[in-house]
Design a protein around this ligand. Sequence first.
Ligand code: BG6
Length: 482
Amino acid sequence: MYFEKSKGFPQDFLWGSASAAYQVEGGWDADGKGVSNWDKFVRIPGKTFKATTGDKAVDHYHRYKEDVKLMAEMGLKTYRFSIAWTRIYPNGNGEVNEAGLQFYDNLINELLKYGIEPMVTVYHWDMPQALEDQYHGWESRQIVDDYVNYAKTLFERYGDRVKYWITMNEQNIFTSFGWLKGMHPPGKENDMKTFYQVNHHANMAHAKTVLALKEMYPDAKVGASFAYSPCYAYDRKPENAMAKADYDDLQNYWWMDVYAYGRYPRSAWAYLESQGVTPQMEDGDEDILKKAAALVDFMGVNYYQTCVAEYNDINGVGMTNTMNNTGEKGTAQVQGVPGLYKNPANDFLPTTDWDWTIDPMGIRMCCRDITSRYDLPVVISENGLGAFDKVEDGQVHDPYRIAYLKAHIEELKKAIDDGCRVLAYCTWSYTDLLSWLNGYQKRYGFVYVDREEDENSGTLNRIPKDSYYWYKKVIETNGEEL
Ligand code: BG6
């Protein structure tokens, strides 16, 4: 038989949950940590919801033992977290900060103590500000060497204990928000040319990091996490089907083809040429991208929502920097690329208070597409619901989150039954945390954290929500009881 068809979730399935350094740690200048681009960006008036910062976040830096203990009591199999580059190299390069290395040593050892598999993201958006000051960060090819040097330091220090590595979190999001929408650092808008150049640098950093890891630890498992929004054609009109094809090539395959095949999709490249925005590549780059792609073990997928593609007239809507960051339903706006596609709302699907569509079948779609196109295993590295939660009599009842996760896990099981190899499912997020642009009121966690937008609010105490106990059961029954 060509492959062993699995029945339900495999016995070694990694039930997990995820976070990112900037969103949970706090301790923004503790123990020699350097300043990151986000430490700086959040201080620009108007950039984040009610001027929230990650200065204190949910204080995971000081409370990681309490958080890990709760994970252990829940039975979590894997915890995905990211490392803050600025704790390891406060200036991005140069001298290493032993106290920073020690923090993650402690965290990893604490997880292993309870048999929780650490899954480490090398880069989840918080770049050393010093590199921005030295050479404009991702805009310069110089970042590739600094990134690989940083990653190798992590592999040297933790490679004996960490088996799962994610090189990069949502390259498509941090680059489009950073250079097209002006909503992430460095806050540039509509700079297509730089956007594609930055992405090429990030691709080279990813690829060289994969090669370095496999040289040091050939058995390690590695991939990148991609924010994957599968796309439906608006209707059966051929021009809308073509809009979907354009969307897929430019918004999905542009990244995933590089991770999996080591090359850019041809039609997207042709479009970039027509616009004069192709990235500059160096001799040998293609070879490196291909070698790394051959060594990648899985596609990391952060799945939240699907979208719709409809043909967009040459005079139609462009990229906007307006989003619903307040939780006031119905305030998001249609965006698009003139001459190609736009992304109207999908009337068939409900939405969250932040106007994200809720579409459980989309997670199955992600797995199916990755399986058919790349034949790679999938790690769901994020999936979850951002919602307003309330404490009532010391408890948090979040049936909406349970319903959301249940429906997604059911579809994930179908994907496995379809023959997709799914290695892990990490919810977003473990504790409540800072939602980059949406403050602390948009909560995702299994564990409620007592704090609000104001930096001095709350006790930071942890309260497991109803979903915490529900997921504990899911893990215990390996997904049989949902
Ligand atoms: C992903 C990121 O984009 O989605 C996370 O990897 C982020 O860091 C999550 O928090 C949810 O997005 P948001 O904007 O609701 O916080």
